[in-house]
Design a protein around this ligand. Structure first.
Ligand SMILES: Cc1cc2nc3c(=O)[nH]c(=O)nc-3n(C[C@H](O)[C@H](O)[C@H](O)COP(=O)(O)OP(=O)(O)OC[C@H]3O[C@@H](n4cnc5c(N)ncnc54)[C@H](O)[C@@H]3O)c2cc1C
Length: 462
């Protein structure tokens, strides 16, 4: 058995682990990462990257088909569309593997478990075991789809967000159970491919953490595209056979389709870590509790990314990893974690927001005003033909401080960052007036900020 000693051992090579490992090595630490599958984490292989590449492929296809007469429209199969994703995944994996090589971070391929609070045993797929000793450890083991015990995921028609990527044909219909971000994104993807899509929402409104107007717009456009949304429904049982799969709802309805995508919740990957050996206990979702420095109850063991729960985004996981690395090296961290993590949701239309919703500002009795820009009135949107969308700025009536940005439509997840940059300025530099007093390229989508700012200012008493 090989024994290796390090200053820092990081478990997991998703964005959380990579952020932590790269910053720790920049601080001059001797660093190892342990990965049981492939470099890049579920972010690269099953989550963010494949779903976004797939979404891009289906959107381009839709754009091309819109200009074609019926009969000449292309319908590539799901596996063909996935090929684009595979090429991005292999580029990302090669690039990230090189990061570790170039920065002299040792990569141990195998499953890590704690022997004690400073020792990890790593079991490779061939059964070989090596032992790592580390002064500090970062757990960045991510999450996996939640599987309720009464649903048979071994049936080929019952899929989750990982196994959907192995689908070897294009089904004619799909039921998506769970209308969170993943469920809504896949509903858009499959609808653009022309499938009959049932989206079952256990709640009364899609993505209730978003601003109401944005949610209403998403619901309208998904329905308009032909997605059948059912709110406030719970499954009673799921049955699958050679003909199809049926979700029996508690309400008595039966939803039949060729395949089922279960997209209802995720579980933290803590089960293989032997946390009992270090006195840590995950919650019922397999997640670990951390303090504001991302330290677990064992001070020198940090946890970042999906394993700590909200916001469960690749973007946030990477920053958390860097934050934890800075803290574990210096005992403090100068880096400020972004106060408001932006949300990017790659549905059709795309959605992005940063900051509180109108509902939250109203509850907090903050006197805000709203400025709107509708994409249909922007020259750039008229030129590109992507006229669906809206930018909405929430700002303080008295100080003109920008409080939140909510956007839907083409490129929303890029557009939001212009406003985020101003919103994160200190004191009076965060002002709606920036958008009125700044010359923007024309025609651009950025112009939406000027239009929304003027619209909002016009709402204030003269
Ligand atoms: C379908 C889908 C779409 C998504 N889209 C987006 C998006 O558009 N934008 C966004 O920001 N986020 C998105 N996410 C979320 C994002 O993928 C996760 O938040 C992110 O991957 C979390 O990063 P992480 O580093 O915590 O873990 P992961 O990326 O999950 O990586 C964890 C790694 O740890 C390894 N591991 C686990 N246990 C062990 C062990 N015991 N020993 C060794 N290795 C271990 C795993 O093999 C894995 O490689 C999406 C997720 C899904 C499922």
């Amino acid at each position: 058995m090989g024994i290796h000693s390090y200053d820092v051992a990081v478990i997991g090579t998703g964005p959380g682990g990579e952020g932590a490992a790269m910053l720790a090595v920049k601080y001059g630490k001797h660093v190892a990462v342990v990965e049981r599958h492939r470099i890049g984490g579920s972010c690269t292989h099953w989550g963010t990257i494949p779903s976004k590449a797939l979404r891009h492929a289906t959107q381009r296809l839709d754009e091309c088909n819109r200009t074609q007469p019926p009969g000449r429209r292309e319908r590539p199969s799901f596996p063909v569309l996935l090929r684009d994703a595979e090429s991005v995944i292999s580029k990302q994996t090669a690039m990230r593997t090189e990061f570790y090589e170039r920065n002299e971070v040792d990569v141990h391929i195998g499953e890590a478990r704690f022997s004690d609070a400073h020792s990890l045993s790593v079991t490779a797929t061939d059964g070989a075991v090596s032992e790592l000793h580390a002064d500090k450890v970062v757990i960045a083991t991510g999450s996996r789809p939640y599987h309720p015990e009464d649903v048979d995921f071994s049936h080929p028609r019952v899929l989750d967000s990982d196994t959907i990527l192995s689908l070897d044909h294009t089904p004619r219909s799909i039921t998506i159970y769970g209308a969170g971000v993943i469920g809504c994104e896949y509903a858009s993807i499959f609808r653009l491919m022309g499938l009959r899509v049932n989206l079952i929402d256990t709640r009364s409104q899609l993505l209730a953490f978003l601003d109401d107007e944005i949610v209403h717009a998403l619901s309208y456009h998904l329905r308009d595209q032909g997605v059948m949304i059912r709110h406030g429904e719970e499954y009673g049982s799921v049955s699958a056979d050679d003909e199809g799969v049926t979700v029996h709802l508690v309400s008595g309805k039966r939803i039949c389709s060729e395949v089922l995508l279960w997209a209802n919740g995720r579980t933290g990957n803590s089960q293989a870590l032997a946390l009992e050996n270090i006195g840590l206990e995950p919650n019922h979702r397999g997640q670990l509790q951390v303090n504001e420095n991302y330290q677990t109850a064992v001070e020198h063991i940090y946890a970042v990314g999906d394993i700590v729960g909200h916001p469960s985004l690749a973007s946030a996981a990477y920053d958390q990893g860097r934050f934890a690395a800075a803290h574990l090296v210096q005992g403090y961290c100068d880096h400020r974690l972004v106060e408001h993590v932006p949300t990017g949701i790659y549905t059709s239309p795309e959605i992005s927001s940063v900051g509180p919703t109108e509902r939250e500002l109203t509850e907090r009795k903050i006197p805000y005003e709203v400025g709107y820009a509708f994409f249909k009135s922007l020259a750039r949107a008229q030129i590109t033909g992507n006229r669906v969308g809206m930018l909405k700025l929430l700002f303080h009536r008295d100080t003109l401080e920008i409080l939140a940005i909510h956007c839907f439509g083409d490129q929303a997840s890029e557009i939001v960052h212009i406003g985020q940059a101003i919103m994160s300025q200190p004191g009076e530099s965060n002002s709606l007036e920036y958008f009125v007093n700044t010359t923007f390229n024309y025609p651009t989508m950025a112009e939406a900020y000027r239009v929304a700012a003027l619209n909002g200012l016009n709402r204030l008493p003269k």
